[in-house]
Design a protein around this ligand. Structure first.
Ligand code: OXD
Ligand code: MN
Length: 638
């Protein structure tokens, strides 16, 4: 595989860089590292060779995923000022990274889907023609790794060698990215050994775009968080490639996650009859010891990690964690939908994750954790808003400035993150890394909706469920750059993550329903974020969401009834468990009620929104669902 198009001129220093790559392949005595594996697939070697010729690193390191490699890289980053070692007494083998304030979140406006035809990227993606995108990016990558090391990171999404897993190779000049990839994916020699001539693998190229030698050959001082004001997160769905330039932030730079496991994988999934979704996965055990698996889609920073680690408040119920962000699902040999978590770790939002809201997450990060943009305590541990009810008297904030509870700015950045492996999670389910996945019993869609959407409703059918997913909206959060708190459509919580035309994605969901037939799991909609007229949340959320999970499971079992309405099946008041809860019957009535006028307005808004997605590809079935919704609402009194 070559990233060079014949029209692109050979870079001046190509020969030197090519020699550097070959040195490793041939492993001669001058090789700068001993980590070069003995057997390298020729396609990978050729690609590494091509990229090195363009980016011109000083050195190439083939990552083996060992503890020694982790230790070496973390020490290197401490010496470079990128990482601060936390007090090992509180947080062994854990580190704090402070990013540049201009590189703290996903950059959706700089994220591109580069399909040959614009229509295939659709109305919701930024589109570029692949050739012109590469032509625009190549000059930026040219020499972008000068003075740096280029790391070769073979990675597996899903258990290594698993039937539902996929492999990729990331090239990066960021050691922070390497150690983060080591926590978030399975990396190293076992993955490289899987790749032979006929293995499909995704080349994922990343550079922070901050060379240490300029065009004239002068040295440039390094900084603790190198990045480039020009950022591009480019995806080539037809050739299944990723090129990311200019950012070190997780969602832009850990290319196994959003770029591969969602944007590229959603295209693979469409082509191959499976689903790549922005969903958590949980195992629920009822008091009768019956086991269920649920997949739930929520937009970024809407509590997926909290739900994935839920500690039920209702007696006898148990929730175990399988994944907190991404699910790959496909029909198994028995026709039932099976899901794996393709990730190895959690890249969770720190603020709001604490001993009151998610003790399990706090316990998970006891050590071996990388924290980014949280505050540093005087005792060398970390802190962020919501970790403990009371802040320490003094901290260094996420930018390293003195901070006290009187400070006007938050101690941690609102999108500060923790990165830690899933196997450290006390609530991890035994089957979380089963290569065969788990059977999905129900699918849940949720968003941050201050009004209209009920606490829980069951979709009337698969196609109504697809309509519910397609019409999801949510208030924006700090996970992406831009304004926070604005309501926007976020279909299936996949708005920034579908690697192709959104209308085609809706059709794919409908097609999956056809394939699954009577095995298609029931679909539910939830909303923890309903507010009253004073702007106060009406539902306590967090651990109390177990009551909603209970209702969903009891529906699966046929143990509770639902009031059939045009928006789906709503709980009967007396069958919804609010025992020992500070929620009045009146509040519950609103939470599980249907406001006809609000839904009529929602239907108008939906029609408008569907119109923006391109009439020629929007599935008729979704317009039919809209018509049914309106007809049903019209029949209601009021
Ligand atoms: C994430 C996100 O990091 O959705 O998971 O932004
Ligand atoms: Mn996410």
């Amino acid at each position: 595989m070559s990233i060079l198009k014949s029209s692109v001129p050979e870079p001046r220093t190509a020969k030197k860089a090519a020699k550097a790559a070959l040195r490793l392949v041939d492993a001669d005595e001058t090789a700068p590292t001993t980590t070069a594996p003995l057997r390298i697939d020729a396609g990978i070697a050729a690609w590494v060779f091509d990229v090195a010729a363009i980016t011109q690193p000083d050195e190439i390191v083939w990552c083996d995923g060992s503890t020694a490699e982790w230790d070496q890289l973390t020490k290197l980053m401490i010496s470079q000022g990128t990482l601060i070692r936390l007090n090992p007494e509180w947080r062994p083998n854990s580190f704090l990274a402070r990013s540049d304030p201009a590189d703290v979140a996903r950059v959706e406006d700089r994220t591109f889907i580069c399909s040959a035809e614009e229509i295939d990227a659709g109305a919701t993606n930024n589109w570029r023609e692949p050739g012109s995108m590469k032509a625009e990016l190549l000059p930026l990558f040219e020499g972008s790794m000068r003075g740096r090391t280029m790391y070769v990171v073979p990675f597996s999404m899903g258990p290594v060698g698993g039937a539902l897993s996929q492999v990729g190779v990331q090239l990066t000049d960021s050691p922070y990215v390497v150690v983060s990839m080591a926590l978030m994916t399975r990396i190293g020699t076992p993955v490289l050994n899987l790749i032979t001539d006929d293995t499909e693998w995704v080349p994922a190229l990343h550079s922070v775009g901050f060379p240490l030698i300029d065009d004239a050959g002068n040295r440039i001082d390094d900084v603790s968080w190198p990045h480039n004001p020009k950022k591009y997160i480019a995806h080539f769905p037809e050739t299944r490639e990723i090129w990311s330039f200019g950012s070190g932030y997780g969602g832009n730079a850990l290319l196994g996650k959003k770029c591969f496991a969602l944007r590229i994988a959603s295209v693979m999934a469409r082509d191959e009859g499976w689903m790549a979704e922005h969903m958590l996965l949980i195992k629920v055990t009822s008091p009768e010891q019956r086991v269920y698996h649920l997949a739930a889609a929520f937009p970024s920073a809407c509590g997926k990690t909290n739900l994935a680690m839920l500690k039920p408040t209702i007696p006898g119920w148990k929730v175990e964690t399988i994944g907190d962000d991404i699910a790959w699902m496909r029909p198994g040999p028995d026709g039932k939908l099976r899901a794996i978590n393709p990730e190895r770790g959690f890249f969770g939002v720190a603020p709001g994750t604490g001993i009151v809201t998610n003790q399990t997450a706090v316990d998970t990060m006891w050590g071996n954790t990388i924290f980014t943009n949280v505050a540093l305590r005087d005792d060398g541990d970390v802190w962020w808003e919501g970790l403990t009810p009371n802040p320490p008297a003094h901290l260094l904030d996420w930018q390293g400035n003195d901070w006290t509870p009187d400070s006007k700015t938050p101690a941690a950045h609102p999108n500060a993150r923790f990165t830690v492996t899933a196997d450290q999670c006390p609530s991890i389910a035994d089957e979380w890394d089963d290569p065969a996945g788990v059977v999905i019993d129900a699918i849940i869609f949720g968003g941050r909706r201050p009004s209209t959407v009920p606490l829980v409703a069951q979709a009337k059918s698969w196609s109504h469920g697809v309509f519910v997913g397609a019409t999801m909206a949510s208030e924006t959060t700090a996970a992406a750059t831009g304004a926070v708190g604005q309501l926007r459509h976020d279909p299936f919580a996949m708005l920034p993550f579908v690697g192709y035309n959104m209308a085609d994605y809706f059709q794919h969901w409908l097609d999956m329903g056809e394939t699954l037939g009577s095995d298609a799991p029931p679909i539910f909609q939830v909303n923890w974020f309903r507010k009253d007229e004073n702007g106060k949340f009406m539902w306590p959320g967090f651990a109390e969401n177990s009551r909603v999970v209970e209702w969903i499971i009891r529906r699966l079992e046929g143990e509770v009834a639902a009031r059939q309405t045009p928006i789906g099946g709503l709980p009967l008041m007396h069958e919804f468990n609010i025992e020992r809860l500070d929620v009045t019957e009146d509040d519950l009535q609103t939470l599980v009620g249907l406001d006809k006028q609000a839904w009529l307005a929602e239907a108008d808004e939906t029609e408008q929104y569907f119109g923006t997605l391109g009439d020629d590809r929007m599935p008729e079935a979704l317009y039919a669902e809209l018509t049914k919704l309106r007809a049903g609402l019209a029949k209601l009194p009021g």
